[in-house]
Design a protein around this ligand. Structure first.
Ligand code: HEC
Ligand code: HEC
Ligand code: HEC
Ligand code: HEC
Length: 398
């Protein structure tokens, strides 16, 4: 069997049909098949809808959280509260909207695109080769994309575009940097309004991720670019859409938003009281246990494509056992390592650096340290970190 046929078989029928429609070359078919395997390895399906079947069950974080919320609303029992991983962009045809180069860069160094989402795309250990392959798959599987050619963006359109942004209701779902903030809507109302209201990106990023022709086609009719688009069609005359597009591509999006406060270790002065494991466990219960319980700990690293290891934060014994490696050896998370900081605290501080970089990649450098915790979620507050730092300073008592 030749390699194209093998790649097609690996990738399943949906991709085969897309490839034959596109007349794809053998090389890109091989890339796409490798990309499909990489998407499975990094557990992308835990959070995103992906084109084509056969990605396995994954951890399906989003599907289960939506279920939990529905059960709560149906009045069946008292299901626990979930706030995160309810709305996540679909990848079914994101590659028809976003440029390939932008996607490749994003997968290796994700930035925060959606101001109304607290969670971000997690910092996964994605290599450039894997990023290229995954994007090749997403493009092929999403099918051919044709946007009619349009005039290059023009400065003479800026004022008309700025006015149209307000007049056409774009701020209901989008901000444009700090120049045009999105309408302020309470979180509960937003959640009830659903994906379309929550998932609008900050449009200052549009010029970095879209082709001008695609952007115009999108503004005129999002579903013409992506059948699964959440953005509703806004009825616009073509010249208004063009002015909006030019404003997004060339307009001034205002001064950068204030940088988030990055908590550093020297701020974490010890609390003047005893801290027990129960205090720390309460903090772990909020956002860590889900990936680090004895039932899930072993999976978390493997599910998201990290080197295999297990860490159980649900019990004192688990925390003291630390990281368990596949060869059975243990690594403490509470004893300071060569850097002088306990790995537990180091990971929590790193998340602050990552969040600052995700919000503003040009102002805050990328963290070189091991990935921060909680993975993909907002960093712990300085007050919470003081509790953990004090507990560690007292040698992690029971
Ligand atoms: C734990 C959940 C989670 C996992 C796992 C995950 N993502 Fe994401 N991803 C997100 C969230 C949340 C966002 C939205 C973040 C934002 O817009 O700021 C996102 C955004 C994206 C976007 C941007 C899409 C857009 O419309 O802006 C792409 C592309 C993407 N993810 C690809 C991937 C790929 C490929 C993988 C696997 C390598 C992956 N994600 C794994 C949660 C996840
Ligand atoms: C089988 C259903 C199910 C699956 C699968 C699942 N969760 Fe959860 N998740 C829950 C429930 C139920 C809670 C509430 C737990 C509580 O309050 O004690 C929760 C709570 C959480 C919380 C803390 C509350 C919040 O919203 O911030 C996080 C973080 C979390 N889950 C992340 C994940 C991630 C990441 C995955 C995928 C790797 C995942 N979950 C998969 C059911 C699930
Ligand atoms: C009801 C909410 C809503 C309204 C109103 C809305 N959008 Fe959107 N828009 C979205 C969502 C959600 C997305 C993310 C893609 C998706 O899932 O559809 C999006 C994506 C976009 C993108 C792609 C950005 C990127 O970086 O990928 C552009 C450009 C855009 N919208 C322009 C506009 C303009 C211009 C207006 C006003 C005419 C507008 N939108 C009105 C919800 C909305
Ligand atoms: C969405 C899933 C997820 C959540 C939520 C999460 N973690 Fe993790 N955690 C991981 C993964 C995956 C790894 C493996 C990363 C690696 O190998 O670098 C990890 C690794 C760690 C490590 C390092 C283990 C080592 O190898 O040294 C610590 C410590 C840790 N997590 C603590 C936490 C704490 C504390 C929280 C809550 C504040 C948390 N994690 C929330 C997924 C998660």
């Amino acid at each position: 069997m030749n390699s194209l046929a093998r790649a097609l078989r690996l990738a399943g029928l949906g991709l085969a049909v897309a490839l034959s429609l596109l007349g794809a070359t053998t090389a890109s078919a091989q890339d796409a098949a490798a990309g499909r395997a990489a998407l499975a390895r990094y557990g992308c399906v835990s959070c995103h809808a992906l084109p084509g079947g056969g990605f396995g069950a994954g951890a399906r974080c989003v599907a289960c959280h939506a279920e939990v919320l529905r059960a709560r609303h149906s009045g069946l029992g008292s299901a626990p509260a979930v706030r995160h991983y309810l709305f996540v962009p679909s990848l079914a045809s994101a590659a028809r909207r976003m440029r390939a180069d932008a996607l490749v860069a994003y997968l290796q160094d994700p930035t925060h695109r959606r101001p109304r989402l607290e969670e971000s795309m997690p910092q996964l250990p994605v290599t450039e080769t894997d990023a290229r392959a995954m994007v090749a798959y997403l493009r092929v599987a999403a099918g051919a994309r044709a946007a009619a050619p349009s005039p290059a963006p023009q400065r003479s359109n800026l004022e008309a575009g700025r006015r149209a942004f307000q007049a056409s209701g774009c701020p209901v779902c989008h901000s444009f940097g700090t120049a045009q903030p999105a309408l302020s809507i309470p979180p509960d109302t937003l959640r009830a309004m659903g994906a379309q209201a929550v998932l609008g990106p900050d449009l200052r990023l549009a010029r970095d991720s879209l082709d001008p022709d695609v952007a115009l086609a999108w503004i005129l009719d999002p579903q013409s670019v992506d059948r699964d688009a959440h953005m509703p069609r806004v009825a616009l005359r073509r010249e208004v859409a063009l002015a909006l597009r030019d404003y997004l591509f060339l307009g001034d999006f205002g001064a950068p938003a204030p940088a988030p406060h990055v908590v550093v270790q020297s701020e974490l002065t010890p609390l003047p009281r005893a801290v027990r494991f129960a205090d720390v466990r309460r903090l772990f219960g909020r956002s860590c246990i889900h990936c680090h319980a004895h039932t899930t700990g072993e999976q978390a690293s493997a599910v998201f494509g990290f080197p295999r290891s297990a860490l159980d934060l649900s019990s004192y014994e688990g925390v003291m056992a630390g990281v368990v490696l596949p060869d059975g050896t243990h690594r403490s998370i509470v004893t300071p390592d060569a850097s002088g900081t306990a790995p537990l605290l180091a990971r929590l501080l790193t998340r602050h650096l990552e969040a600052a970089h995700e919000a503003s990649p040009t102002r805050a450098p990328r963290s070189e340290a091991a990935v921060g915790m909680p993975l993909g979620l907002p960093p712990l507050s300085a007050d919470d970190l003081r509790v953990i730092a004090t507990w560690l300073a007292h040698r992690a008592p029971h």
